[in-house]
Design a protein around this ligand. Structure first.
Ligand SMILES: [Zn+2]
Length: 159
């Protein structure tokens, strides 16, 4: 089911730190499926639960260009010093894009769909998506990282 995307830079749902996701229930799996449908319907490459109105620490990212990958209670445990700047947009901030510097590589600890704890490395665009979604779980939006006066009204991919 396609859900409404929570929008607005001052929206309280988007601006709070989401609490940890507990054990994965049927309800969680339904939410994950709805989040996937909503991300695909809006051509997003990532989505976090607050973007569909739920404050819990789960997100989807796109890996290998088309594969939807679920991260539950994600924690970035290491980041490269090297950063890369690229244009970002957000499903929750339609019509806005801007340059954001992100770590080029990172190590993520998270729980997968089967409840198993995992550690995985991500780099380049996938690392960017991870950082954008983890920001969402902490109430941070990409515009917080865009230098003053650098917001654009057209651009590329939304996360
Ligand atoms: Zn976003």
């Amino acid at each position: 089911m396609i859900l409404d995307i929570t929008k607005g830079k001052d929206n309280p749902i988007l601006r709070q730190v989401s609490p940890k996701q507990g054990p994965i229930t049927k309800k969680t799996l339904k939410l994950l499926k709805d989040m996937e449908d909503s991300m695909i319907a809006t051509n997003g490459v990532g989505i976090a639960a607050p973007q569909v109105g739920m404050n819990t620490r789960i997100a989807h990212i796109t890996i290998n260009k088309t594969q939807v990958f679920t991260i539950i209670n994600p924690e970035i445990i290491a980041k490269s010093k090297e950063t890369e700047e690229d244009t970002e947009g957000c499903l929750s901030l339609p019509g806005k894009w801007g340059p954001v510097a992100r770590a080029k590589e990172l190590t993520l600890r998270f729980t997968d769909l089967t409840g198993k704890k995992r550690v995985m490395k991500f780099k380049d665009f996938e690392a960017r998506i991870v950082q954008h979604e983890v920001d969402h779980l902490n109430g941070t939006l990409f515009i917080d990282h865009v230098p003053e006066g650098m917001l654009e009204i057209e651009g590329g991919l939304a996360l």
